[in-house]
Design a protein around this ligand. Structure first.
Ligand SMILES: [Ca+2]
Ligand SMILES: [Ca+2]
Ligand SMILES: [Ca+2]
Length: 468
């Protein structure tokens, strides 16, 4: 192994002179990943072969790609409770590892301090820290893409990821990530944002747990993340063993936090306290001067003592549009001077506002059935910017946006709320094959992958839908 590394270092020295491509350094079980990282130069790749590596890695600021050859199911870095497992540098790329056994003060699995690494296809499992059970970010813009955060814990906040922005700009991206069964004794069972505004896209928050607030995401300070196409399911904030208040089964927003939530679903999240009337916001709790806005979100089956969907207190102000709040009780409770502006939404028990309705939304797995009053009931002035719904279909079908996270009518070219052979006959001019766009808006109903053409892939999807 040593000779292999020496060879790689030699190649690199030569490459620096000749402009040759960066080196690849192979690591096999029994060898040290850290030694390979130390031997690597900027731009090199360290390729790790299947096995369990009992060590902790520090990139020392080096822009090196650390990649596994066969993915996280067979390649583990185990910190063995010795400290933070991976400390990133700026430009670090980490791809395809299971990171476990972390134990730290800030970030059990990973520490990001003044760095903007790219972390892809990694699994953070069973790490623990005082703050940021799996990951702690302090200054930087890390990208987490396709990662899973599972069974991480923290004594404080952010059992999955803690974005801590008090020392400088902190944010980054969580894209196509899954947070499940993480537990915070404080705030943010999955994610804690403090003065941080990451971009959160297509993430699933499932069965995370917090004691104080925000079992999914807890936004504090001035944290205003954009949260798009995300699913919050069965997260739970509870104080079952004390008489304290608890807030926000899925999300809590405090101070001046003003997240923007688009195309998100909130289902069977809850806030639960040992004593009555202490648990607020089965979906979201908004306090202080928080000003969250929700567009095309669906709430179903969430539960709390007060505000089954939304609890607003202090001088919080929440804006809701094109959404469905249907949890079975008083959906929105305002306390103090808190206010809620709700329009073009279906709210159980009713709520005053332009375009609001109060009618059974006729949901099936949170999607609108053909007799739903939420179809084409959204803001008529809403103009999507090329967006899609939570299924990835065109956001506006049949001329007007629907309520909730899912648009009704894929495949229904003639907008009669039935998908049948007539839709393919009427829409035959849409089938122009690949790369022949652009097409008219009506053809979006036949573009199942929303790639702006209607081809054989879409035809196959259409036929599958017909047969279902
Ligand atoms: Ca529509
Ligand atoms: Ca039709
Ligand atoms: Ca298509």
């Amino acid at each position: 192994m040593a000779s292999r590394m020496m060879t790689a270092v030699g190649v690199l020295a030569l490459g620096a002179t000749l402009g040759a491509p960066a080196a690849t350094i192979h690591v096999y079980p029994g060898a040290s990943i850290q030694a390979a990282v130390d031997a690597a130069a900027t731009g090199d790749e360290v390729l790790v072969h299947p096995g369990t590596y009992p060590e902790r890695i520090n990139f020392h600021g080096k822009a090196v790609t650390l990649r596994s050859s066969d993915g996280p199911s067979v390649t583990t870095i185990d910190g063995q409770q010795g400290g933070t497992v991976v400390t990133c540098g700026s430009g670090t790329v980490l791809d395809g590892f299971r990171i476990t056994g972390g134990q730290g003060e800030n970030g059990g699995g990973m520490g990001v301090f003044g760095a903007s690494p790219t972390v892809r296809n990694c699994v953070f499992a069973s790490n623990h820290a005082q703050y940021g059970g799996a990951v702690f970010v302090q200054v930087g813009q890390p990208q987490f893409i396709g990662c899973i955060f599972s069974l991480n814990t923290t004594d404080g906040s952010g059992a999955g990821v803690y974005f801590y922005g008090e020392m400088g700009l902190t944010g980054g991206t969580l894209r196509d990530c899954r947070f499940e069964n993480n537990t915070a004794q404080g705030r943010g069972g999955a994610v804690r944002n403090w003065v941080s505004s990451p971009t959160i896209v297509r993430c699933v928050f499932y069965a995370n747990h917090a004691r104080i607030e925000g079992a999914g995401i807890a936004n504090g300070g001035a944290s205003s993340p954009t949260v798009t196409d995300c699913v919050f399911y069965a997260n739970r904030t509870d104080t079952m063993f004390s008489a304290y208040d608890c807030y926000g089964g899925a999300m809590s927003n405090t101070e001046t936090s003003s997240p923007v939530l688009v195309n998100c679903t909130f289902q069977v999240n809850c806030a639960v306290s040992l004593y009555p009337n202490l648990a607020r916001g089965g979906g979201l709790s908004n306090a202080g001067s928080a000003h969250p806005s929700l567009l095309n979100c669906t709430f179903s089956g969430n539960h709390a003592d007060m505000g089954w969907a939304l609890s607003n207190s202090g001088s919080a102000h929440v804006t809701v549009s094109n959404s469905i709040l249907w949890d079975g009780n008083a959906e929105i409770v305002n306390e103090g001077s808190a206010t809620a502006s709700v329009s073009y939404s279906d709210v159980q028990s009713g709520w005053a506002g332009t375009g609001n309705i109060y009618a059974d939304p006729r949901l099936s797995e949170l999607r609108l059935q053909s007799d739903s009053p939420c179809i084409n009931a959204g803001d008529p002035n809403y103009a999507p910017s090329g967006g899609v719904d939570l299924d990835g279909y065109a956001r506006v079908l049949c001329g007007r946006v629907d309520l909730g996270a899912y648009e009704f009518g894929i495949g229904d070219y003639d907008c009669n709320r039935v998908v049948d052979g007539q839709d393919s006959v009427s829409g035959v001019s849409c089938f122009t094959g690949p790369d022949r766009g652009p097409y008219g808006a009506a053809c979006e109903a036949l573009d199942f992958e929303y790639d702006r053409d209607v081809d054989l892939v879409d035809l196959a999807a259409f036929q599958t839908l017909l047969g279902s």
